[in-house]
Design a protein around this ligand. Structure first.
Ligand SMILES: *Cc1c(COP(=O)(O)O)cnc(C)c1O
Length: 239
């Protein structure tokens, strides 16, 4: 193994161990949590090495960076997750490589993705990003739909052609009532997911938890954790 590959192998092993321990502590099966490695700011070569090390799911947050990277890795069997704020004019490009979009937070974006999916002949999984900006339900600065507006947005996705309502996503808020309280934030997300699944049983994905708070997310029922720096190292550019 070259140096970088050993570095990534060590990062992956450490993160997988953290996930396993959190699953054990929560009485959950270890296969109930999928690791998505967030490769933003890192090159396609790293994605290739990660695939060789058994990674099957990767995520990006900017289309300008993700599109060429995914194209360079088109020969690999990977699921590509888009997790960043998304402008409607990027929907077509994102549809050319993404299998899931985690950051759907408004009806206009639903329409744009559905149209792009129709044009490309593909189907994608859609997660609704929930804003947990404050306990009262207003969406926060990290984006996302307010919990009160979520049922209507879910119905829009469910009714849109070629979009599959896959679940919910959240980022632990940096401000507001949940600031510094990721466990409470992720428990709230769990409640929201339970409510959503009562109406849309197929929407079973709960995407929550990053390098700093993946244990809290697993404890609160996350099915997918999105981990970047704990696997790949520090990013040079802050995102
Ligand atoms: C960058 C990013 C992550 C991963 O963050 P780390 O702290 O590096 O693990 C997860 N989710 C989203 C939406 C991101 O933009």
């Amino acid at each position: 193994m070259n140096d970088r590959k050993s570095e990534l192998a060590a990062g992956l092993a450490a993160v997988r161990e953290r996930i396993d321990r959190a699953c054990d502590a929560a009485g959950r099966g270890r296969t109930s949590v999928t690791l998505i490695v967030v490769t933003k700011t890192f090159p396609a070569e790293d994605v290739r090495l990660l695939a060789e090390l058994g990674v099957r799911d990767v995520a990006e947050n900017r289309d300008q960076e993700a599109a060429p990277k995914a194209a360079a890795c088109a020969d690999l069997s990977l699921n590509w997750h888009f997790v960043g704020q998304l402008q409607t004019n990027k929907a077509r490009s994102v549809l050319s490589y993404a299998d899931f979009v985690h950051s759907v937070d408004r009806p206009r974006l639903v329409r744009a993705l559905s149209e792009a999916a129709g044009a490309s002949g593909r189907e994608i999984g859609v997660l609704l990003q929930v804003g947990l900006g404050d306990a009262a339900g207003a969406s926060g600065t990290r984006g996302g739909v307010a919990p009160t507006a979520l049922p209507e947005l879910a119905d829009a996705v469910a009714g849109a052609e070629r979009l599959r309502l896959a679940g919910v996503m959240a980022v632990a808020p940096l401000s507001g009532a949940y600031a510094g309280r990721p466990s409470e934030a992720f428990e709230r997300l769990r409640e929201i997911s339970t409510g959503l699944r009562a109406e849309h049983p197929g929407a079973s994905m709960v995407s929550a938890g990053m390098s700093a708070d993946l244990e809290e997310a697993v404890t609160a029922g996350a099915t997918h954790v999105r981990v970047g720096s704990a696997v790949l190292g520090h990013r040079l550019r802050l995102r």
